[in-house]
Write a protein that binds this ligand. Structure first.
Ligand code: PLP
Length: 228
């Protein structure tokens, strides 16, 4: 309801904003509960935790779409491509290449479809904290190059952009920047219609600036224990 009212307040159709519930630290049983409520998009940020959870949900005969939303190491790509329906956090050319290769090496089951992929944008330009940098000078993490790498990889399908508001920034400023960065990308890559932005604390602002997918953990499932 809060997503729907934020969409209406922004003059948008609530059906244009999809809820992804971030289930990190919560057990597979909670994913099954969400699925029973028709919440079929869930997010995870660590392969170590997500892979066994996805296997448990699949073993229960329940199908959900797993969104990988965390920093992804290249050596985890082989695992992630087995269960992820969308990877939201590709932020370098090298990672795009590794992900495409891993997807291509999956044993073909029927007709293998390209993996839906978002390019994560760094809004404060600090690539060390994750995200490709618009107009950046490093060829591996320059946004324009990462977009091109994903778009040209046969095993990946460039669906859009993702971002997290930098710590200490006004969400309003962060998501206005993101919208400005996303506009030319969408013109160049017409398939890249997804804007994944907004979490428990800032989804209203993200929706106001065009978010199509919000990633919400705490506001649905409750506060997580502090990271170990
Ligand atoms: C944990 C996480 C979220 C959800 O955060 P909440 O504040 O609990 O809603 C969203 N996006 C990413 C990338 C995350 O790691």
């Amino acid at each position: 309801e809060r997503i729907a009212s934020a969409a209406r307040a922004a003059g948008r159709d609530p059906a244009q904003v999809r809820l992804i519930v971030v289930t990190k630290t919560y057990p597979a049983a909670d994913v099954l509960r969400l699925a029973a409520l028709q919440v079929l998009d869930v997010g995870e940020n660590r392969d170590q935790e997500a892979a066994p959870k996805a296997a448990e949900v699949a073993a229960a005969g329940v199908e959900v779409c797993w969104h990988f939303v965390g920093r992804l190491q290249r050596n985890k790509c082989r695992s992630v491509v087995r269960y992820a329906g969308m990877v939201q956090s590709v932020d370098s050319v090298r990672l795009a290449t590794a992900l495409a290769r891993a997807r291509g090496d999956l044993p073909a089951e029927g007709e293998r479809v390209p993996l839906d992929t978002l390019v994560q944008v760094s809004l404060d330009g600090d690539a060390a904290r994750g995200g490709a940098v618009a107009g950046g000078g490093d060829p591996d993490t320059a946004l324009e190059r990462v977009l091109a790498a994903v778009a040209s990889a046969g095993q990946l399908r460039l669906r859009g952009l993702m971002a997290v508001a930098p710590l200490g920034w006004e969400p309003e400023r962060a998501f206005a920047d993101l919208a400005r960065i996303a506009a030319p990308a969408r013109t160049q890559y017409p398939d890249a219609t997804v804007l994944a932005a907004g979490m428990s604390g800032d989804r209203e602002e993200a929706i106001r600036h065009g978010a199509t997918h919000v990633r919400v953990g705490t506001a649905v499932l409750g506060a997580r224990p502090a990271p170990r």
